[in-house]
Design a protein around this ligand. Structure first.
Ligand code: 5CA
Length: 492
Protein backbone atom coordinates (compact mmCIF):
# COMPACT_ATOMS: atom_id res chain seq x y z
CA UNK A 1 0.00 0.00 0.00
CA UNK A 2 1.44 3.34 -0.97
CA UNK A 3 0.39 6.96 -0.97
CA UNK A 4 0.15 8.47 -4.39
CA UNK A 5 -0.61 11.75 -6.09
CA UNK A 6 -3.16 12.09 -8.88
CA UNK A 7 -2.59 14.29 -11.93
CA UNK A 8 -4.01 17.79 -11.45
CA UNK A 9 -6.45 17.28 -14.26
CA UNK A 10 -8.57 14.84 -12.30
CA UNK A 11 -12.21 15.73 -11.88
CA UNK A 12 -13.71 16.42 -8.46
CA UNK A 13 -10.72 18.26 -7.19
CA UNK A 14 -10.86 18.34 -3.42
CA UNK A 15 -10.23 21.60 -1.56
CA UNK A 16 -6.62 21.39 -0.40
CA UNK A 17 -5.71 21.81 3.24
CA UNK A 18 -2.50 23.31 4.59
CA UNK A 19 0.62 22.01 2.91
CA UNK A 20 2.04 19.00 4.70
CA UNK A 21 -1.20 18.39 6.60
CA UNK A 22 -2.35 15.79 4.15
CA UNK A 23 -3.92 12.76 5.85
CA UNK A 24 -3.40 10.65 2.77
CA UNK A 25 -5.74 7.72 2.67
CA UNK A 26 -4.37 4.42 1.58
CA UNK A 27 -4.65 3.59 -2.07
CA UNK A 28 -3.42 0.45 -3.77
CA UNK A 29 -0.62 0.73 -6.34
CA UNK A 30 -2.16 1.75 -9.64
CA UNK A 31 -1.29 0.50 -13.08
CA UNK A 32 -2.19 3.80 -14.69
CA UNK A 33 -2.50 7.30 -13.23
CA UNK A 34 -6.14 7.33 -14.36
CA UNK A 35 -7.18 4.13 -12.64
CA UNK A 36 -9.16 4.54 -9.46
CA UNK A 37 -7.90 2.75 -6.37
CA UNK A 38 -10.50 0.59 -4.68
CA UNK A 39 -11.52 1.99 -1.33
CA UNK A 40 -12.75 -0.35 1.36
CA UNK A 41 -16.30 0.34 2.49
CA UNK A 42 -15.06 0.98 6.03
CA UNK A 43 -12.72 3.70 4.78
CA UNK A 44 -15.43 5.62 2.96
CA UNK A 45 -16.45 7.40 6.11
CA UNK A 46 -12.87 8.59 6.73
CA UNK A 47 -12.28 12.37 6.89
CA UNK A 48 -11.86 14.02 3.51
CA UNK A 49 -8.50 15.75 3.65
CA UNK A 50 -5.97 16.69 0.99
CA UNK A 51 -2.77 18.64 0.81
CA UNK A 52 -1.69 21.69 -1.27
CA UNK A 53 1.57 20.15 -2.35
CA UNK A 54 0.72 16.62 -3.41
CA UNK A 55 -2.91 17.16 -4.48
CA UNK A 56 -3.63 13.60 -3.52
CA UNK A 57 -7.17 12.40 -3.00
CA UNK A 58 -8.08 10.68 0.19
CA UNK A 59 -11.31 9.26 -1.23
CA UNK A 60 -11.32 9.23 -4.97
CA UNK A 61 -14.96 8.33 -5.70
CA UNK A 62 -16.71 10.56 -8.18
CA UNK A 63 -18.65 12.67 -5.71
CA UNK A 64 -19.80 16.14 -6.67
CA UNK A 65 -18.91 17.93 -3.46
CA UNK A 66 -19.77 21.56 -3.00
CA UNK A 67 -16.52 21.96 -1.03
CA UNK A 68 -14.60 21.36 -4.25
CA UNK A 69 -17.10 22.25 -6.99
CA UNK A 70 -16.28 25.42 -8.92
CA UNK A 71 -19.32 27.44 -7.94
CA UNK A 72 -18.48 31.11 -7.39
CA UNK A 73 -21.83 32.35 -6.02
CA UNK A 74 -22.38 36.04 -5.25
CA UNK A 75 -24.18 37.43 -2.21
CA UNK A 76 -24.70 40.88 -3.70
CA UNK A 77 -26.87 41.61 -6.72
CA UNK A 78 -24.57 42.61 -9.59
CA UNK A 79 -25.32 46.21 -10.57
CA UNK A 80 -25.16 45.56 -14.33
CA UNK A 81 -27.97 42.99 -14.30
CA UNK A 82 -31.40 44.47 -14.99
CA UNK A 83 -33.57 41.36 -15.14
CA UNK A 84 -34.02 38.40 -12.80
CA UNK A 85 -32.51 35.75 -15.07
CA UNK A 86 -29.32 37.75 -15.63
CA UNK A 87 -29.00 38.53 -11.91
CA UNK A 88 -29.58 34.92 -10.91
CA UNK A 89 -27.23 33.43 -13.50
CA UNK A 90 -24.45 35.65 -12.17
CA UNK A 91 -25.33 35.12 -8.51
CA UNK A 92 -25.68 31.34 -8.89
CA UNK A 93 -22.21 31.10 -10.46
CA UNK A 94 -23.46 29.93 -13.84
CA UNK A 95 -21.86 32.43 -16.21
CA UNK A 96 -19.35 35.26 -16.22
CA UNK A 97 -19.13 38.01 -18.82
CA UNK A 98 -15.82 38.00 -20.72
CA UNK A 99 -16.60 40.97 -23.01
CA UNK A 100 -19.82 42.77 -23.88
CA UNK A 101 -22.39 40.09 -24.80
CA UNK A 102 -19.79 37.29 -24.58
CA UNK A 103 -19.89 34.80 -21.72
CA UNK A 104 -17.93 32.00 -20.13
CA UNK A 105 -20.16 29.13 -19.08
CA UNK A 106 -19.13 27.93 -15.63
CA UNK A 107 -19.72 24.27 -14.65
CA UNK A 108 -23.22 24.74 -13.21
CA UNK A 109 -24.38 26.85 -16.16
CA UNK A 110 -22.83 24.47 -18.65
CA UNK A 111 -24.74 21.53 -17.19
CA UNK A 112 -28.03 23.35 -17.82
CA UNK A 113 -26.95 24.41 -21.31
CA UNK A 114 -26.14 20.77 -22.12
CA UNK A 115 -29.54 19.63 -20.83
CA UNK A 116 -31.35 22.20 -22.98
CA UNK A 117 -29.20 21.15 -25.93
CA UNK A 118 -30.03 17.47 -25.30
CA UNK A 119 -33.79 18.08 -25.33
CA UNK A 120 -33.53 20.17 -28.49
CA UNK A 121 -31.41 17.46 -30.15
CA UNK A 122 -33.76 14.62 -29.15
CA UNK A 123 -36.79 16.43 -30.56
CA UNK A 124 -34.98 17.37 -33.78
CA UNK A 125 -33.92 13.75 -34.27
CA UNK A 126 -37.45 12.56 -33.50
CA UNK A 127 -38.75 14.95 -36.18
CA UNK A 128 -36.48 13.31 -38.77
CA UNK A 129 -33.78 15.99 -38.86
CA UNK A 130 -30.14 14.85 -39.13
CA UNK A 131 -27.38 16.54 -37.18
CA UNK A 132 -24.22 17.89 -38.77
CA UNK A 133 -21.74 20.53 -37.68
CA UNK A 134 -20.68 23.45 -39.83
CA UNK A 135 -17.76 25.75 -39.06
CA UNK A 136 -18.23 29.05 -37.24
CA UNK A 137 -15.91 30.84 -39.69
CA UNK A 138 -17.18 31.17 -43.25
CA UNK A 139 -15.94 32.60 -46.52
CA UNK A 140 -17.21 36.04 -47.58
CA UNK A 141 -17.41 34.81 -51.21
CA UNK A 142 -20.13 32.34 -50.28
CA UNK A 143 -22.21 35.17 -48.84
CA UNK A 144 -21.61 37.23 -51.98
CA UNK A 145 -23.39 34.49 -53.93
CA UNK A 146 -26.62 35.16 -52.04
CA UNK A 147 -26.06 38.91 -51.98
CA UNK A 148 -26.17 38.98 -48.17
CA UNK A 149 -22.49 39.86 -47.57
CA UNK A 150 -23.19 43.56 -48.03
CA UNK A 151 -26.85 43.44 -47.05
CA UNK A 152 -26.22 41.98 -43.57
CA UNK A 153 -24.66 45.18 -42.29
CA UNK A 154 -22.67 45.79 -39.11
CA UNK A 155 -24.12 42.85 -37.19
CA UNK A 156 -21.78 40.60 -39.13
CA UNK A 157 -18.29 40.23 -37.71
CA UNK A 158 -15.93 40.42 -40.67
CA UNK A 159 -12.44 38.99 -40.45
CA UNK A 160 -9.44 39.03 -42.81
CA UNK A 161 -7.03 36.10 -42.66
CA UNK A 162 -3.23 36.29 -43.17
CA UNK A 163 -3.65 35.88 -46.95
CA UNK A 164 -6.01 38.88 -47.02
CA UNK A 165 -8.97 36.58 -47.65
CA UNK A 166 -12.24 37.94 -46.37
CA UNK A 167 -13.97 35.71 -43.84
CA UNK A 168 -16.76 36.13 -41.34
CA UNK A 169 -17.99 34.62 -38.09
CA UNK A 170 -21.35 33.08 -39.01
CA UNK A 171 -24.43 34.93 -37.73
CA UNK A 172 -26.52 32.15 -39.39
CA UNK A 173 -25.88 29.44 -42.00
CA UNK A 174 -28.29 29.48 -44.95
CA UNK A 175 -25.46 30.01 -47.47
CA UNK A 176 -23.20 27.30 -46.09
CA UNK A 177 -25.93 24.67 -45.85
CA UNK A 178 -27.19 25.54 -49.35
CA UNK A 179 -23.64 25.00 -50.65
CA UNK A 180 -23.40 21.63 -48.85
CA UNK A 181 -26.77 20.62 -50.28
CA UNK A 182 -25.98 21.88 -53.80
CA UNK A 183 -22.66 20.03 -53.94
CA UNK A 184 -23.85 16.74 -52.49
CA UNK A 185 -27.49 15.98 -53.31
CA UNK A 186 -27.68 14.59 -56.84
CA UNK A 187 -31.20 13.29 -57.35
CA UNK A 188 -34.85 13.69 -56.37
CA UNK A 189 -34.52 10.17 -54.92
CA UNK A 190 -32.44 11.61 -52.06
CA UNK A 191 -35.13 14.13 -51.23
CA UNK A 192 -36.43 15.52 -48.93
CA UNK A 193 -33.67 16.42 -46.45
CA UNK A 194 -33.77 18.14 -43.07
CA UNK A 195 -30.34 19.00 -41.64
CA UNK A 196 -29.49 20.79 -38.42
CA UNK A 197 -26.65 21.81 -36.16
CA UNK A 198 -26.20 23.23 -32.67
CA UNK A 199 -23.44 25.77 -33.08
CA UNK A 200 -22.19 29.10 -31.76
CA UNK A 201 -23.14 32.20 -33.67
CA UNK A 202 -21.83 35.75 -33.51
CA UNK A 203 -23.94 38.84 -34.13
CA UNK A 204 -22.44 42.19 -33.29
CA UNK A 205 -25.66 43.41 -31.66
CA UNK A 206 -25.87 47.19 -31.13
CA UNK A 207 -27.17 46.68 -27.61
CA UNK A 208 -26.26 43.34 -26.12
CA UNK A 209 -28.26 43.13 -22.89
CA UNK A 210 -30.01 40.98 -20.33
CA UNK A 211 -27.08 38.55 -20.14
CA UNK A 212 -27.42 35.51 -22.39
CA UNK A 213 -30.83 36.71 -23.55
CA UNK A 214 -29.34 39.07 -26.14
CA UNK A 215 -25.70 38.13 -26.42
CA UNK A 216 -23.25 38.74 -29.21
CA UNK A 217 -21.94 35.18 -29.06
CA UNK A 218 -24.79 32.72 -28.50
CA UNK A 219 -25.69 29.08 -29.05
CA UNK A 220 -28.32 28.41 -31.67
CA UNK A 221 -29.91 25.29 -33.07
CA UNK A 222 -30.31 26.03 -36.76
CA UNK A 223 -32.10 23.63 -39.02
CA UNK A 224 -32.69 23.73 -42.78
CA UNK A 225 -35.17 21.76 -44.88
CA UNK A 226 -34.96 20.99 -48.59
CA UNK A 227 -37.91 19.69 -50.57
CA UNK A 228 -38.84 19.16 -54.24
CA UNK A 229 -41.95 21.34 -54.12
CA UNK A 230 -44.06 23.70 -52.03
CA UNK A 231 -46.08 20.83 -50.54
CA UNK A 232 -42.88 19.18 -49.31
CA UNK A 233 -41.64 22.44 -47.82
CA UNK A 234 -44.98 23.02 -46.07
CA UNK A 235 -44.86 19.50 -44.62
CA UNK A 236 -41.37 20.13 -43.20
CA UNK A 237 -42.57 23.43 -41.74
CA UNK A 238 -45.46 21.69 -40.04
CA UNK A 239 -43.25 18.91 -38.65
CA UNK A 240 -40.84 21.47 -37.20
CA UNK A 241 -43.68 23.57 -35.86
CA UNK A 242 -44.94 20.64 -33.79
CA UNK A 243 -41.40 19.61 -32.80
CA UNK A 244 -40.94 23.13 -31.38
CA UNK A 245 -44.07 22.94 -29.27
CA UNK A 246 -42.90 19.60 -27.86
CA UNK A 247 -39.36 20.86 -27.26
CA UNK A 248 -40.45 23.88 -25.22
CA UNK A 249 -43.07 21.89 -23.35
CA UNK A 250 -40.45 19.36 -22.23
CA UNK A 251 -38.55 22.25 -20.65
CA UNK A 252 -41.62 23.30 -18.71
CA UNK A 253 -42.36 26.24 -21.01
CA UNK A 254 -45.51 27.27 -22.81
CA UNK A 255 -44.42 28.83 -26.06
CA UNK A 256 -46.97 30.66 -28.18
CA UNK A 257 -46.34 30.55 -31.93
CA UNK A 258 -46.81 34.04 -33.40
CA UNK A 259 -47.15 35.02 -37.02
CA UNK A 260 -44.05 37.12 -37.55
CA UNK A 261 -41.89 39.10 -39.97
CA UNK A 262 -39.08 37.18 -41.61
CA UNK A 263 -36.56 40.06 -41.38
CA UNK A 264 -32.98 39.47 -42.53
CA UNK A 265 -33.53 35.74 -43.10
CA UNK A 266 -36.21 36.29 -45.75
CA UNK A 267 -39.10 34.16 -46.96
CA UNK A 268 -42.84 34.66 -46.92
CA UNK A 269 -44.21 32.60 -44.01
CA UNK A 270 -42.75 32.81 -40.56
CA UNK A 271 -43.58 32.08 -36.91
CA UNK A 272 -41.82 33.21 -33.79
CA UNK A 273 -42.21 31.14 -30.60
CA UNK A 274 -42.60 33.33 -27.54
CA UNK A 275 -42.49 32.65 -23.83
CA UNK A 276 -44.67 35.19 -22.08
CA UNK A 277 -42.68 37.26 -19.58
CA UNK A 278 -42.92 40.85 -18.38
CA UNK A 279 -39.25 41.29 -19.18
CA UNK A 280 -39.65 40.04 -22.78
CA UNK A 281 -38.20 42.25 -25.49
CA UNK A 282 -41.10 41.83 -27.92
CA UNK A 283 -44.67 43.07 -27.75
CA UNK A 284 -47.22 40.39 -28.66
CA UNK A 285 -50.99 40.18 -29.19
CA UNK A 286 -52.91 36.93 -28.98
CA UNK A 287 -56.31 35.31 -28.70
CA UNK A 288 -57.08 33.99 -25.19
CA UNK A 289 -57.92 30.63 -26.83
CA UNK A 290 -54.15 29.98 -26.91
CA UNK A 291 -54.08 29.63 -23.16
CA UNK A 292 -56.40 26.61 -23.48
CA UNK A 293 -54.62 25.18 -26.52
CA UNK A 294 -51.23 25.44 -24.82
CA UNK A 295 -52.08 22.48 -22.60
CA UNK A 296 -52.23 20.14 -25.63
CA UNK A 297 -49.29 18.14 -27.02
CA UNK A 298 -50.05 18.29 -30.71
CA UNK A 299 -51.48 21.35 -32.40
CA UNK A 300 -52.02 21.22 -36.13
CA UNK A 301 -51.30 24.23 -38.28
CA UNK A 302 -54.88 24.29 -39.47
CA UNK A 303 -56.23 25.04 -35.98
CA UNK A 304 -53.48 27.49 -35.24
CA UNK A 305 -53.76 29.42 -38.47
CA UNK A 306 -57.32 30.32 -37.50
CA UNK A 307 -56.26 31.84 -34.19
CA UNK A 308 -54.86 35.29 -33.84
CA UNK A 309 -51.34 35.58 -32.37
CA UNK A 310 -48.89 38.12 -33.76
CA UNK A 311 -45.82 40.11 -32.86
CA UNK A 312 -46.47 43.85 -32.54
CA UNK A 313 -45.04 44.62 -36.03
CA UNK A 314 -47.81 42.48 -37.49
CA UNK A 315 -50.68 43.50 -35.19
CA UNK A 316 -53.72 44.80 -37.04
CA UNK A 317 -56.93 45.20 -35.04
CA UNK A 318 -58.93 45.37 -38.28
CA UNK A 319 -57.66 41.94 -39.48
CA UNK A 320 -60.48 39.47 -40.11
CA UNK A 321 -59.24 36.97 -37.48
CA UNK A 322 -58.36 39.56 -34.81
CA UNK A 323 -60.60 38.79 -31.83
CA UNK A 324 -62.71 41.43 -30.06
CA UNK A 325 -60.90 43.47 -27.38
CA UNK A 326 -62.15 41.29 -24.50
CA UNK A 327 -60.59 38.19 -26.10
CA UNK A 328 -57.38 39.87 -27.22
CA UNK A 329 -54.42 39.70 -24.86
CA UNK A 330 -51.52 42.10 -25.07
CA UNK A 331 -48.32 40.89 -23.43
CA UNK A 332 -44.54 40.80 -23.68
CA UNK A 333 -42.66 37.77 -24.93
CA UNK A 334 -39.19 36.28 -25.14
CA UNK A 335 -38.51 34.92 -28.62
CA UNK A 336 -36.99 31.47 -28.09
CA UNK A 337 -37.50 30.14 -31.60
CA UNK A 338 -38.16 31.37 -35.11
CA UNK A 339 -39.12 29.35 -38.18
CA UNK A 340 -39.25 30.47 -41.80
CA UNK A 341 -40.56 29.16 -45.10
CA UNK A 342 -37.84 30.38 -47.48
CA UNK A 343 -39.12 29.10 -50.82
CA UNK A 344 -36.38 29.34 -53.45
CA UNK A 345 -34.72 32.54 -52.14
CA UNK A 346 -31.35 30.84 -51.53
CA UNK A 347 -31.57 27.93 -53.97
CA UNK A 348 -32.21 30.38 -56.82
CA UNK A 349 -29.40 32.76 -55.86
CA UNK A 350 -26.94 29.89 -55.33
CA UNK A 351 -28.20 27.53 -58.02
CA UNK A 352 -29.17 24.69 -55.68
CA UNK A 353 -31.03 22.47 -58.14
CA UNK A 354 -32.00 18.82 -58.06
CA UNK A 355 -32.72 16.70 -61.17
CA UNK A 356 -36.39 15.65 -61.05
CA UNK A 357 -37.87 12.29 -62.23
CA UNK A 358 -38.01 13.48 -65.85
CA UNK A 359 -34.45 14.87 -65.79
CA UNK A 360 -35.74 18.44 -65.39
CA UNK A 361 -33.88 20.69 -62.92
CA UNK A 362 -35.90 21.71 -59.87
CA UNK A 363 -34.97 24.52 -57.49
CA UNK A 364 -34.98 23.25 -53.91
CA UNK A 365 -37.85 24.57 -51.79
CA UNK A 366 -36.32 25.53 -48.47
CA UNK A 367 -37.25 26.32 -44.88
CA UNK A 368 -35.11 27.27 -41.89
CA UNK A 369 -35.79 26.80 -38.20
CA UNK A 370 -33.88 28.39 -35.31
CA UNK A 371 -33.93 27.92 -31.55
CA UNK A 372 -32.02 30.18 -29.18
CA UNK A 373 -30.42 27.45 -27.04
CA UNK A 374 -28.48 29.80 -24.74
CA UNK A 375 -31.35 32.33 -24.65
CA UNK A 376 -33.65 29.52 -23.46
CA UNK A 377 -31.73 29.33 -20.21
CA UNK A 378 -32.63 32.95 -19.46
CA UNK A 379 -36.23 32.36 -20.52
CA UNK A 380 -36.58 29.32 -18.25
CA UNK A 381 -35.24 31.28 -15.28
CA UNK A 382 -37.63 34.16 -16.04
CA UNK A 383 -40.47 31.63 -15.82
CA UNK A 384 -39.10 29.73 -12.80
CA UNK A 385 -37.71 31.82 -9.95
CA UNK A 386 -38.67 33.53 -6.71
CA UNK A 387 -36.93 36.11 -4.56
CA UNK A 388 -34.59 33.46 -3.11
CA UNK A 389 -33.35 32.09 -6.41
CA UNK A 390 -33.95 29.76 -9.32
CA UNK A 391 -36.49 26.91 -9.32
CA UNK A 392 -35.30 24.60 -12.10
CA UNK A 393 -37.78 22.32 -13.85
CA UNK A 394 -36.36 18.78 -13.47
CA UNK A 395 -35.81 18.29 -17.20
CA UNK A 396 -33.08 20.94 -17.38
CA UNK A 397 -31.85 21.13 -13.77
CA UNK A 398 -28.05 20.95 -13.35
CA UNK A 399 -28.54 18.26 -10.66
CA UNK A 400 -31.82 16.72 -9.52
CA UNK A 401 -30.94 16.68 -5.82
CA UNK A 402 -29.00 18.98 -3.49
CA UNK A 403 -27.87 16.89 -0.53
CA UNK A 404 -27.19 19.04 2.54
CA UNK A 405 -25.05 17.72 5.36
CA UNK A 406 -25.91 19.94 8.32
CA UNK A 407 -22.89 18.83 10.33
CA UNK A 408 -19.94 18.01 8.09
CA UNK A 409 -17.31 16.20 10.14
CA UNK A 410 -19.89 14.34 12.24
CA UNK A 411 -19.29 10.67 11.53
CA UNK A 412 -22.97 9.70 11.32
CA UNK A 413 -23.93 12.67 9.12
CA UNK A 414 -20.95 12.11 6.81
CA UNK A 415 -21.56 8.40 6.47
CA UNK A 416 -25.32 8.75 5.93
CA UNK A 417 -24.83 11.46 3.31
CA UNK A 418 -22.22 9.50 1.43
CA UNK A 419 -24.39 6.40 1.47
CA UNK A 420 -27.33 8.44 0.21
CA UNK A 421 -25.14 9.97 -2.50
CA UNK A 422 -23.94 6.58 -3.66
CA UNK A 423 -27.38 5.07 -3.63
CA UNK A 424 -28.89 7.90 -5.67
CA UNK A 425 -25.99 7.88 -8.14
CA UNK A 426 -26.33 4.16 -8.65
CA UNK A 427 -29.95 4.81 -9.60
CA UNK A 428 -28.96 7.46 -12.13
CA UNK A 429 -29.96 10.44 -9.98
CA UNK A 430 -27.57 13.40 -10.24
CA UNK A 431 -26.68 14.83 -6.84
CA UNK A 432 -24.68 17.83 -5.67
CA UNK A 433 -23.45 17.20 -2.13
CA UNK A 434 -23.03 20.16 0.22
CA UNK A 435 -20.32 18.77 2.47
CA UNK A 436 -19.01 22.19 3.47
CA UNK A 437 -18.27 23.00 7.07
CA UNK A 438 -20.57 26.02 7.12
CA UNK A 439 -23.68 27.40 8.85
CA UNK A 440 -27.01 25.79 7.99
CA UNK A 441 -28.37 29.19 6.92
CA UNK A 442 -25.62 29.61 4.33
CA UNK A 443 -26.26 26.13 2.98
CA UNK A 444 -30.02 26.63 2.68
CA UNK A 445 -29.58 30.03 1.02
CA UNK A 446 -27.09 28.66 -1.53
CA UNK A 447 -29.29 25.67 -2.32
CA UNK A 448 -32.34 27.92 -2.81
CA UNK A 449 -30.25 30.22 -5.02
CA UNK A 450 -29.00 27.48 -7.37
CA UNK A 451 -32.51 26.03 -7.41
CA UNK A 452 -32.07 22.25 -7.63
CA UNK A 453 -35.55 20.66 -7.73
CA UNK A 454 -35.07 18.60 -4.52
CA UNK A 455 -33.19 19.37 -1.31
CA UNK A 456 -32.40 16.45 0.97
CA UNK A 457 -31.25 17.60 4.39
CA UNK A 458 -29.46 15.34 6.87
CA UNK A 459 -28.60 16.62 10.35
CA UNK A 460 -27.61 15.04 13.68
CA UNK A 461 -30.99 15.69 15.37
CA UNK A 462 -33.03 14.10 12.61
CA UNK A 463 -30.68 11.18 12.14
CA UNK A 464 -30.83 10.45 15.86
CA UNK A 465 -34.51 9.61 15.34
CA UNK A 466 -33.95 8.13 11.89
CA UNK A 467 -35.25 10.93 9.64
CA UNK A 468 -34.07 13.33 6.96
CA UNK A 469 -35.95 16.26 5.46
CA UNK A 470 -36.99 16.37 1.81
CA UNK A 471 -37.92 19.73 0.31
CA UNK A 472 -39.38 20.42 -3.10
CA UNK A 473 -37.95 23.71 -4.37
CA UNK A 474 -40.83 24.40 -6.76
CA UNK A 475 -43.72 23.92 -4.33
CA UNK A 476 -41.78 24.65 -1.14
CA UNK A 477 -43.31 21.51 0.40
CA UNK A 478 -41.16 19.89 3.13
CA UNK A 479 -41.52 16.41 4.62
CA UNK A 480 -39.60 14.44 7.22
CA UNK A 481 -39.14 10.81 6.34
CA UNK A 482 -36.75 7.89 6.70
CA UNK A 483 -33.69 7.70 4.46
CA UNK A 484 -35.19 4.70 2.69
CA UNK A 485 -38.46 6.52 2.02
CA UNK A 486 -36.59 9.60 0.77
CA UNK A 487 -34.52 7.45 -1.57
CA UNK A 488 -37.67 5.75 -2.82
CA UNK A 489 -39.29 9.14 -3.54
CA UNK A 490 -36.25 10.42 -5.43
CA UNK A 491 -35.71 7.31 -7.52
CA UNK A 492 -39.37 6.61 -8.29
N1 5CA B 1 -31.35 31.24 -39.76
C1 5CA B 1 -32.41 31.34 -38.83
C2 5CA B 1 -32.63 30.08 -38.08
S1 5CA B 1 -32.24 28.64 -38.91
C3 5CA B 1 -32.15 32.44 -37.84
O1 5CA B 1 -31.05 32.92 -37.73
N2 5CA B 1 -33.18 32.81 -37.12
S2 5CA B 1 -33.18 33.94 -36.00
O2 5CA B 1 -32.42 35.08 -36.41
O3 5CA B 1 -34.54 34.22 -35.68
O4 5CA B 1 -32.49 33.32 -34.74
C4 5CA B 1 -32.97 32.11 -34.19
C5 5CA B 1 -33.10 32.23 -32.69
O5 5CA B 1 -31.84 32.53 -32.11
C6 5CA B 1 -34.01 33.35 -32.22
O6 5CA B 1 -35.36 32.94 -32.22
C7 5CA B 1 -33.49 33.61 -30.82
O7 5CA B 1 -34.11 32.72 -29.90
C8 5CA B 1 -32.01 33.28 -30.93
N3 5CA B 1 -31.21 34.52 -31.00
C9 5CA B 1 -31.14 35.39 -32.02
N4 5CA B 1 -30.32 36.41 -31.73
C10 5CA B 1 -29.85 36.17 -30.46
C11 5CA B 1 -28.96 36.85 -29.59
N5 5CA B 1 -28.37 37.99 -29.95
N6 5CA B 1 -28.71 36.32 -28.37
C12 5CA B 1 -29.29 35.14 -28.00
N7 5CA B 1 -30.13 34.46 -28.79
C13 5CA B 1 -30.43 34.96 -30.01
Amino acid sequence: MISRCFPRTRRNWPAPVKSGACAEATGTRLSSPWALPKVAAAERGAPHVTCHSCFSLSRPEEIMRLSTYFLPTLKETPAEAQIASHRLMLRAGMVRQSASGIYTWLPLGLRVLKNIERIVREEQNAAGAQELLMPTIQSADLWRESGRYDAYGKEMLRITDRHEREMLYGPTNEELITQIFRDNVRSYREMPKILYQIQWKFRDEVRPRFGVMRGREFLMKDCYSFAMDYEGAKKAYEVMFNAYLKTFKRMGLTAIPMAADSGAIGGSLSHEFHILAETGESGVFYDVAYDELAAKDEIDLETLSKLYAVTDEKHDSSAANCPPAERLKEARGIEVGHIFYLGTKYSKAMNAVVPGPGGETVLAEMGCYGIGVSRLMGAIIEAYHDDRGIKWPEAVAPFKVGLINLKAGDATCDKTCEDIYRSLSENGVEVLYDDRDDRAGVKFADMDLIGLPWQLVAGPKGLAVGVVELKNRLSGEKVELSVEAALARLTA
